[in-house]
Design a protein around this ligand. Structure first.
Ligand code: HEM
Length: 507
């Protein structure tokens, strides 16, 4: 009985102490004179997200609206005190001017998958970014266009087979997976096939699910600590050999293509990436100058990059196209105007759809831009503090290893920057002169912004131009309107599927 009493007392004491600690933890920012929202013990500000009531982006927007004049707002990611940046000038410092203080996305496990550009940190990231940026020059993209366009044709053929109640996010997913499959894995004709294994595996990476969300919330370090695999090993076992085989095939057969795999083969032929002490591109990457280093261009590093392109690339692209399809279906007059422009540009150029003619489709590109504002694939972004930082004009000091959050949705929906922000108004971009790089963030900004933005825009313009020529898109009556965003998702997936009808046009 006595032992039982001691155990109960011990348990109660532990709970009370943990609770007091959690309460104290929630005072972290208030004690430093920074406004904070309504953190709860242990859960911090995450309860609405956990209850699936709001996405993290929606929740941060609510916080920013509650304190419109505060440059930063204290935010608790569970028990971890972080800051939300609520001021564009300060955001410019975080993402661009003072980049060396915010260079990483967080600690990562040292496995093959996390060797990718999105996840790597410090010098390794710097070395890889330096050597992979040339893959996205205008010249390279121009060469890649015919391949993407060919896949776009296959995609149109696929759509011809299903024109009623089409889940376009899923269909664009097939197309975007195929594009990455061909260009980054050297695998052709896989993702658009019925029950394609490649597509099924790729979908698993980020599909909205509780397990994927837990993986994201806990992060690799906590997953490791709990003895859970931070990476889905099934995916690595599938995609790893695919890249190895593609590299081997290209090397042994002398096959030369204009794609990412080819760039990797060329890099491998050079042996190592050498980063000089005073690399000129540091000016662009805004890094502190670092010691010389050599990075071996191993197969594993290449697998990491291909996986990274898959992870960072196909979901965001498919989702963005899916949302654009939604906006065009909801605004038939804008859809007609965009279609008319595509026809006119093509007629002017003898029906040639290529890198340059697509760039002439100015109205379509404003539709894409406005869609990126309203439906950014990431409604929130973040950076880890890599060097202590005194936040200018505030009493906040950020310690190494803490996080700052970038409230993309809040910025994109702020009437200060975008009048009538909830409306889809492509024309707002025609007269847009404000060059502030931080008020438009679908691809992020600064040295760590999406490396493939121009590639993704080219791919999307190509696919949407083809779609507009071949089909008229309308909402299927079973689609729940207005769509809600899934809170248990890294990307802004609709909670319920968006279904469309496609009417074939005589083009
Ligand atoms: C519409 C399509 C896409 C969107 C909206 C998008 C968006 C983003 C965003 C928001 C980031 C983070 C930027 C930051 O933190 O400032 C990012 C990073 C990245 N994206 Fe994209 N992305 C798209 C397509 C692609 C594609 C097709 C690829 C690959 C071919 C790709 C590869 C990457 C990589 C490698 C990074 C990490 C860059 C680094 O940390 O240096 N993305 N993307």
């Amino acid at each position: 009985m006595e032992l039982f009493t001691v155990l109960v007392a011990g348990f109660v004491c532990t709970v009370v102490l943990a609770f007091l600690f959690a309460l104290k933890r929630n005072q972290y920012w208030a004690d430093r004179g920074i406004h904070q929202y309504k953190p709860l013990p242990f859960l911090g500000d995450m309860l609405p997200v956990l209850l699936r009531q709001k996405t993290l982006g929606e929740h941060l927007m609510e916080m920013c609206r509650a304190y419109p004049d505060e440059k930063v707002i204290g935010f608790y990611f569970f028990m971890k005190p972080s800051l939300v940046i609520n001021d564009l000038e300060l955001l410019e410092k975080v993402l661009i001017k003072d980049f060396s203080h915010f260079a990483d996305r967080g600690p990562q496990p040292k496995d093959v998958v996390h060797m990718n550009l999105f996840s790597t940190t410090g010098n390794l990231w710097r070395a890889i970014r330096n050597r992979f940026s040339p893959m996205f020059t205008t010249g390279k993209l121009r060469f890649m266009f015919p391949q993407i366009s060919g896949l776009g044709e296959d995609f149109m053929n696929l759509l011809r087979t299903k024109r009623e109640k089409v889940d376009m996010v899923d269909y664009f997913g097939k197309f975007a997976t195929e594009v990455i499959g061909v260009t980054a894995f050297g695998l052709e004709g896989r993702a658009m096939e019925e029950n394609s294994e490649f597509r099924v595996k790729a979908k698993k990476i980020f599909e909205p699910s509780f397990s994927n969300y837990v993986r994201f919330v806990l992060g690799p370090s906590l997953m490791n600590l709990l003895g859970l695999p931070p990476t889905n090993s099934e995916l690595l076992n599938y995609f790893g050999p695919a890249v190895k085989n593609a590299l081997k095939y290209r090397r042994e057969n002398g096959v030369v293509r204009h794609d990412f795999i080819q760039h990797m083969v060329t890099l491998q032929q050079k042996g190592t990436i050498e980063v000089d002490k005073d690399d000129v591109s540091d000016e662009i990457l805004m890094m502190d100058h670092v010691p010389e280093m050599k990075v071996e261009m191993s197969d594993n590093l290449m697998i990491g990059q291909s996986m990274g392109f898959m992870v960072a690339g196909f979901d965001a692209t498919a989702l963005t196209m899916g949302w654009l399809c939604y906006e065009l279906a909801m605004h038939p007059e804008i859809q007609s105007q965009a279609r008319q422009e595509v026809k006119e540009v093509l007629e002017k150029h003898g029906n040639r759809l290529d890198y340059d003619t697509v760039r002439e489709m100015k109205f379509l590109s404003t539709c894409l831009k406005e869609n990126g504002r309203l439906h950014s694939a990431l409604d929130v972004n973040f950076r880890m503090v890599t060097k202590p930082y005194k936040v200018p004009d505030t009493s906040a000091v950020l310690e190494r290893g803490s996080f700052v959050y970038i409230p993309n949705l809040s910025i994109h929906m702020d009437p200060k920057y975008y009048p009538e922000p909830e409306k889809f108004l492509p024309d707002r971009w025609i007269a847009e002169n404000d060059k502030s790089s931080c008020k438009y963030l679908p691809f992020g900004t600064g040295p760590r912004m999406c490396i493939a933005m121009r590639f993704a825009n080219m791919e999307m313009m190509c696919a949407i131009a083809k779609l507009l020529l071949k089909f008229e898109v309308s909402i299927h009556p079973s689609t729940k309107l207005p769509p809600q965003i899934e809170a248990y998702s890294f990307f802004t997936y609709p909670r319920d599927k968006l279904y469309f009808n496609l009417k074939k046009l005589n083009a």
